[in-house]
Design a protein around this ligand. Structure first.
Ligand SMILES: C[S@@+](CC[C@H](N)C(=O)[O-])C[C@H]1O[C@@H](n2cnc3c(N)ncnc32)[C@H](O)[C@@H]1O
Length: 264
């Protein structure tokens, strides 16, 4: 394996150090019969991110963390591969999958360069994995390569409003006014954030996302902007439930890999 890109090395060290804080939440999510999504726990019945029956499908989770999304897909009948950049997160995923008797193929690696053949999957997903921690100009084309023509990519991450309303010094809470530029927000380095210092994350403007999807060979099936439920309380990473009822804190893109023959 060659040298890791800087953000991948930084994020690997960050997640290996943080993994112990995600064990309890991961274990809880593994016990859920029905998926819930994102920081507000919106039920699958409202968002429909997974096919109801995945029997015979080959699925990959890009940045699988503790592996509960992979587990949900396996229980729906898919054969599932999860890739994650953190050996410590994968240690939890492996333990929980064994505890629940769910077979997963787990790979330690970077979702921007996955050691699997072209066209190997029918379905790819990322919930706060590659979706925010990997460079979209690298991982979106990689997801396209991994999917067969007609295959589906679903990913959930922070909405652009969260980054533009984040104070420049990385302090909490997320503001109700614009705090930083919308343009040029591709790479967000949170290592020196005042509250909850993190790693290196990525986002794009809406027009950049759409141009990237089209240039890569994806057709957009849907864009969902998640609103916090009426009964949500408290804060998640500096975003209050009140804020997230007034503004979308998360987006979900659903894309289909175009047939080679179909027009852009
Ligand atoms: C918040 S977790 C999301 C995964 C899962 N939904 C969960 O909550 O356990 C973020 C995960 O993305 C992984 N990650 C970060 N950069 C990655 C990359 N370049 N390739 C693969 N995984 C990556 C981290 O190691 C971490 O386990």
């Amino acid at each position: 394996m060659g040298e890791l890109p800087e953000h991948v090395a930084v994020n690997r060290a960050y997640w290996d150090a943080m993994a112990h804080e995600w064990v309890e939440g991961g274990a809880r999510a593994w016990t859920q019969a029905e998926p819930t999504w994102g920081v507000w726990g919106v039920p699958e019945g409202e968002l429909h991110l997974l096919p109801g029956d995945m029997t015979g499908m080959r699925a990959i989770e890009l940045g699988c963390g503790t592996g509960y999304v992979s587990g949900w897909m396996a229980r729906r009948g898919a054969s599932v591969t999860g890739i994650d950049n953190s050996a410590e997160q994968l240690r939890t995923a492996r333990r929980l999958s064994e505890q629940h008797g769910v077979a997963l193929e787990l790979i330690h690696g970077n979702a921007e360069a996955v050691p699997c053949a072209d066209n190997s999957f029918d379905f790819a997903i990322s919930e706060y994995g590659a979706a925010i921690w990997a460079d979209p100009y690298e991982w979106i084309p990689e997801a396209h390569r991994l999917l067969r023509p007609g295959g589906i990519l679903v990913f959930l991450g922070n909405h652009a409003l969260v980054s533009v309303c984040s104070p420049l010094d990385g302090s909490y809470p997320i503001a109700r006014r614009l705090e930083r530029p919308y343009f040029g927000s591709h790479r967000l380095d949170w290592r020196d954030a005042v509250d909850d210092p993190g790693g290196i994350e990525f986002t794009l403007t809406f027009s950049e996302w759409i141009k990237l999807f089209r240039a890569t060979g994806f057709e957009i099936l849907d864009l969902t902007e998640i609103q916090a439920p009426a009964d949500a309380v408290g804060s998640r990473s500096g975003i209050s439930a009140d804020w997230a009822r007034d503004f979308p804190s998360e987006h979900v893109w659903t894309l289909r890999r175009r047939d080679r023959s179909s027009p852009g």
